[in-house]
Design a protein around this ligand. Structure first.
Ligand code: SF4
Ligand code: MSK
Length: 625
């Protein structure tokens, strides 16, 4: 029997989402929420992580009556192996994204593209010098060529450690060395994770988890960090600017193109084409008032940070954005793109366009985009979107609400500039207790939660306690829609944070970028620890992914913990079937790496846990609570 649909109020805290869920239901369009109901109850063995399909003697599942798989693996081994592969998947996603930026830089250096260029030469030289490359009396292209070799080598297996470990405090590096956690190469750690979890290899759960941490660290301190740094070099380092967010970012009178996925390589070209006068004139000839490019998920974050495009929504808004009936094209690269978007686009005049060989969707229009043809292909895509405008059915258009303003663009470089050229004022504000600590809230939506209730609830609770919040990924749009990315939101902060935000004219919740840009937060923590002469685990900081869903989020959480950052998850990964693995995640890691996970579905209680942690860390540093 079909289940009663849940009331839209229970599904999301947002009016724009509720309005579109109601419209979708009226139009017979299914969303992730209905499919979650169809999939519930989930398989308990999979939920607990105790099912194994790693060989054809199985599949096996662990029960009290059958405590070992055919090969003899017990629940601990199976859960650790499954989690290790989960983390490897997430690390592969971010890191392959990073590699794509290296390839674009290589095309620039080789001269095989004129669509991309080095926008921030100073940053390229700064990174190169940091990694030991001679920069004096050398051309930018020469330096870039050497940097490319260093980064490609970071993906390989011939190094003792990845290059950006030079940013990590000495104490942490020694710890990783001692534990066998030092990441040597991105592809190497991922391949080794797959090897270890083959039948008959690593059959010691804690040992498997140490390698899972090493794999995640390769993501955070290499794959993702390379992605962030080279995106800044190629497209510009973000600086504070204003934009807006929610479904009202879609404009009734314009040709609307939504960019979705993660990598700025394609979406930057779509935006560049959409800004060309000839294509704008074509749109006007169709009767539109111009072309509007708005963002979804992380590629949206990338363009928001650097180009100020508005954000139409986060993960659970991607289907609903199409339901407005006013979207001419959704242009995607990869990651977090629900295959359902193809079907929903098919219910309207909306074109669904995929652009990467590694992320193709049955039923999509495919464009094969490479550095040498990117802008030309982007022009063709924008032209198709303009033509689709003529097919829009005005009677089905409904764009809810008014956009909310947001302030964006807080790269570390921008923060240091705002602080007058060094981190010292931030260190002083922390020492004085005006800013008691900082928490990065990152990650996704998951239909198992009322959309953004945790993301927003936790941010509000933390700023009240004078804890600065940094957001990336899908939490950006959540915080933006809640008005927290505006300097005025400082009124909701505690007195110390309010004072500092007022003096600097910044919001109490800073937009730090996309999912790969969590590497900016790692870099900031490392710089603060180095400035204080302590380890990252000594800092009054934390991380949280309240509504996470993806393998990538698990990798982020694990590299945060392994870097020494106390990390909150709104719900557990599929590990609860092993007491050993669960104990290690929520307490044992504390002894090993000075931080652990904690699981808490209530944002008020999660904020209290962070508050306690920050009090303890401040006390240990000899600061007031
Ligand atoms: Fe079963 Fe072991 Fe094969 Fe997994 S590896 S499916 S537990 S026999
Ligand atoms: S897009 S990984 S839903 S944050 Fe980075 Fe959002 Fe999570 Fe994808």
């Amino acid at each position: 029997m079909a289940k009663e649909p849940r009331p839209v109020e229970a599904l999301s805290i947002w009016e724009d989402a509720r309005a579109m869920l109601t419209k979708a239901r009226a139009e017979g369009i299914e969303t992730a929420h209905e499919r979650l109901q169809q999939q519930t109850p989930h398989c308990k063995f999979c939920e607990l992580g105790v099912s194994c399909r790693n060989c054809t003697m199985g599949p096996c599942k662990i029960t009290p009556k059958a405590p070992r798989g055919v090969c003899g693996a017990d629940a601990d081994v199976i859960v650790a192996r499954n989690f290790g592969r989960f983390v490897a998947g997430g690390s592969a996603g971010h890191s392959d994204h990073g590699r794509d930026l290296v390839e674009v830089l290589e095309s620039i250096v080789e001269g095989s593209t004129s669509d991309y260029r080095i926008t921030d030469e100073a940053k390229l030289r700064r990174i190169a010098a940091e990694l030991g490359v001679t920069v004096e009396d050398r051309s930018t292209m020469d330096i870039a060529a050497e940097l490319i070799d260093i980064f490609y080598a970071d993906f390989g297996s011939r190094k003792k450690e990845v290059a950006f470990l030079c940013r990590v405090p000495a104490k942490r590096r020694e710890l990783w060395d001692r534990l066998g956690m030092t990441p040597r190469g991105v592809d190497r750690e991922i391949a080794e994770m797959m090897h270890r979890t083959h039948m008959g290899c690593d059959n010691d759960a804690p040992n498997t988890l140490i390698h899972a941490a090493r794999t995640a660290l390769a993501d955070g301190w290499a794959g993702s960090m390379i992605g962030t740094e080279l995106s800044d070099v190629i497209f510009g380092t973000p600086q504070p600017s204003m934009s807006h967010a929610n479904l009202a970012a879609i404009k009734k009178d314009k040709v609307n193109i939504l960019v979705h996925g993660h990598n700025p390589v394609v979406s930057e070209m779509i935006l560049a084409a959409a800004r060309e006068p000839a294509l704008i004139a074509e749109a006007e000839a169709m009767g539109a008032q111009g072309i509007n490019v708005a963002g979804l998920c992380c590629t949206g974050n990338e363009l928001l940070m650097r180009q100020g495009i508005p954000m139409a929504g986060n993960h659970l808004m991607t289907e609903l954005a199409i339901v407005t009936g006013a979207v001419e094209a959704v242009v995607v690269d990869y990651q977090c793109i629900m295959p359902s978007l193809v079907q929903i686009a098919g219910c309207y005049h909306t074109l669904f366009i995929d652009t990467a060989q590694k992320a193709r969707f049955t039923g999509a229009v495919h464009f094969d985009i490479h550095p040498h043809n990117a802008l030309e292909q982007a022009r063709e895509i924008v032209r198709m979107a303009v033509q689709a405008y003529a097919r829009r059915d005005a009677s089905r258009v409904q764009i809810p609400g008014e956009p909310v303003n947001i302030m964006t663009g807080f790269s570390n470089e921008a923060v240091i500039a705002a602080l007058g050229g060094s981190l010292d004022p931030l260190v002083q504000a922390i020492a004085a207790g005006d800013i008691r600590g900082a928490v990065g809230i990152v990650g996704c939506n998951n239909p198992k939660f009322q959309q953004d209730s945790m993301n927003v609830g936790l941010a509000k609770e933390l700023i009240k306690k004078d804890i600065l919040v940094l957001v990336t990924g899908c939490v950006t749009t959540a915080a933006g829609k809640a008005g927290l990315l505006l300097p005025e939101a400082a009124e909701q902060a505690g007195p110390g944070l309010r004072k500092i935000c007022g003096a600097l004219g910044i919001p109490p919740v800073l937009h730090y970028g996309s999912c790969v840009d969590n590497s900016r937060i790692l870099q900031l923590c490392a710089a603060l620890a180095n400035a204080l002469g302590v380890d990252i685990s000594d800092l009054p900081v934390g991380a949280s992914s309240p509504e996470w869903y993806s393998e990538k989020a698990a990798a982020i959480g694990l590299y945060a913990v392994a870097s020494g950052i106390y990390t909150h998850l709104g719900h557990p990964p599929h590990i609860l079937g092993s007491q050993t693995v669960t104990d290690l995640a929520v307490s044992g890691l504390e002894d090993l790496v000075g931080a652990s996970f904690f699981i808490e579905p209530d944002p008020v209680k999660a904020a209290l846990a962070f508050d306690l942690r920050i009090r303890a860390k401040r006390k240990a540093l000899g600061l007031g609570e």
